[in-house]
Structure formats: C-alpha cells, structure tokens
Design a protein around this ligand. Sequence first.
Ligand code: AMP
Length: 295
Amino acid sequence: MKVVTTFEQARDAASGTVGLVPTMGFLHEGHLSLVEACADECDTTVVTVFVNPTQFGDPADLDAYPRDLERDVALAERSGADIVVAPTVEYMYPSGARTTIEVAGVGDAMEGVHRPGHFRGVATVVAKLFAGLRPDRAYFGRKDAQQLAVITTMARDLSFPVAVESGPIVREPDGLALSSRNVRLGSGDRRAARSLSSGLLAAADRYDEGCRSTAELVETVIAELGSEGAVPEYVAVADAATAEPMGRLAGSQFLAVAARVGSVRLIDNITIHNDTAVVDRGTRLEAPSILYGGP
Ligand code: AMP
C-alpha cells in the first residue's frame, strides 16, 4: 500500500476502476466498512485522510478533532486500501483559492441551520477530491444522511463522472453510531450519547407497529433524549434525496437527530422506506469498536 500527499501521486499509483473513500481519519469500523465495500468493487481503493478545516464552524471543534495517521494507515491497509492520500491544508487550499460550491436547498435545513457554511466546506472539498483523484466510484456512509444528499446532488449537477455509493450506519453493540468524536465522550456521557440511537430505534419500533405520524416519531426521539440529558439541536424527518423536511411519510426519508452531550455534538438517523415499509437501522458490531481498544 502507498501513502501519498498529492493527487498526482495517487493517480500515478492507481489503475483500473478507481474507488474513493473520503474520510477525516481516526478510522473506525464505519469507515472500514466503506473501504471493504470499495475494495470488493474496485481495482484500486483510495482512502483520503484530511481533517477539512472549511467544514468546521467552531475552531475548538477543529482543534479537538482526533488525529492519528499511522493508526489510520494500518487500519486502511488491513481493510483493503491500496493508496492512502493525506494531503496538507496548504495543498488543498493554496493561498488565493476563491472557489466554493454551494448546493442550494439540500444543505439548508437541519445541519445547515446549526452549522452554517458546513456543507459549503464539504461540497467544496469533495468536489476537489473528485476532480483531483477522478474516481469511478465514491463511497459515503448513511450516518451523514444530509451530507450524502448534498454530495449526490453536487456530483450530478456538476457532471462528475462518478457513481456515488452509500453504506449502512455501523453501530456499537449498544446501538451508539460510531463516530471519531465518540472518543471525546466522558465515561458519564455514555447513557446520554446512547439516547440518540435508542430514541431512533424506539421510533423505528413505533413505525413497525403501524405509526405513520412524523410528529409522533419525532416526539419519541425527543422524549428519549430529554430523559437521558442529551440536549437536542433538531429532530426531523427529511426526504432522503433532497434533504427537504417532510411533514408526512412518502417514499424514502430519514428521521435524523443532532444533540449535544457535554461538549460533543453527535448526529444519527434511521432511513424509512415507506413504499416497502422497511426501516434501515444500520448494522451493529458484536464487540466494542476499535476506537477504544486501538487497532
Ligand atoms: P468522517 O471521517 O466522519 O468525515 O466520515 C467519513 C465517511 O465515513 C463519511 O462518508 C461518513 O458518513 C462515514 N461514516 C462515519 N461514521 C460512520 C458510521 N458509524 N457508519 C457508517 N459510515 C460512517
């Protein structure tokens, strides 16, 4: 496996069908499930590790973001990556860079309200990865459901010749969605952190029992958050493709939550396919994540 810092080096090392897995590093099984899917389907699997400053509104959050490239390289290689690209901030954003990408509408609600400018940073950096690495396929997690809608729309609108693929949310054995940020949770925060997934999963159960009211599903999540001390930013139902908030169930939508647990901001969601009455709850690990035990 090669570790490189520029797009050109990565392109030189790649051959055949190229798959891309963009990450901000501090890898866990959620990222690695995407690397494995990519390695199964593509000749060359490229993993990028870049903590993208333009998608952070809060400098303290950017500073506190966990980083360990050596660990990431070992984990990516084990999961089938051929190339890890770890560019510098100066390479990605040379002085004088002025162009940004705004995906109108899709990024406005939910995360867009609470993290102004976040999706501009995400869409711009992913467009740069698509342009610089020219992947045939790119893999994203449904953990970031609104981000997936933003990127799918951006790739279509700008005619990037890339197939945007998505993978299921990977959860801890207790349901908590894996996130690199989970390592910042204190031991006393765990119950509150778990309330995001337990609220969503309780809402999924209500859906399975026949509930079709978005207000009741949202209320189920909020009640669970409140009882465990997580501070909700939003709980909403939104169209899976456009991320537009929806007042009633139709087609595919996600029920999404963002909440603060201490100083850590967490997000999670389930996807409801109302046409087939199937809820995608994601997958669960059988043992605690490598986030806590090291590789
Ligand atoms: P990040 O490093 O947080 O920017 O995430 C990189 C990619 O991994 C994104 O496409 C995320 O949606 C995906 N991802 C992060 N956490 C999970 C998870 N728990 N399950 C599945 N995919 C995930």
